[in-house]
Each structure stands twice: as C-alpha cells, then as structure tokens.
Ligand binder design. Sequence first.
Ligand SMILES: [Zn+2]
Length: 104
Amino acid sequence: MKMPKSKRRFCPKCKNYTEQKVEMAKVTGKRGSLSHGSIQRARKRGQGRGAGNKGKWGSKPAISKFKRTGAKISKKTAFKYTCKVCNKATQQSQGFRTKKVEFV
Ligand SMILES: [Zn+2]
C-alpha cells in the first residue's frame, strides 16, 4: 500500500490536529532463549521442576507455531507518527496486514 510521508492527525499532547511525520516503527525486543546458566540457578532455588516447562524453564514445546516460518507473506504495519509541533511520537494502535508499505 501507499502511505503519505506526513499526515494531518490528532496529537494527544497538543490536543489538536497537527502535521505528523509517518514512518515504520522498528520492531525491537526480540525475545532471546533463556540461558543455560539461569535454568541451573532456577533448579538450585527449587524452581523449574515438574512436568512441562512451567511456561519458562526446561523442556520446550514439541511443535511451536513460530517454527512455521514463511507461512504468511504479509506483515502487520506499525506506524509511528511524530508530531512536527511538539516532536512527540505516537504509535498506531491497531496494525493491519499488508505485503508492502511504500511511503510517497
Ligand atoms: Zn503535538
């Protein structure tokens, strides 16, 4: 889809409609695997025992939905709107699926 580089939009800080810059928000904070050391420490504290992984430790689920890589060809948008007046940024509340975003 085509998206304008700037858009007139409501700014909650200015409480008014202002010109805002549109860009794609960076997806950060990808979750890493829990290190072996922290699992060992949990065992010493008496945690992480029993059946299953208790949502955190030990065994991993047999089939993860994240294993199905490339199942979908579209991705959800996450637009970041930066107000040109107060320079505050807000993020799109509800993303939608699209194959490609083009800023024009
Ligand atoms: Zn503003």
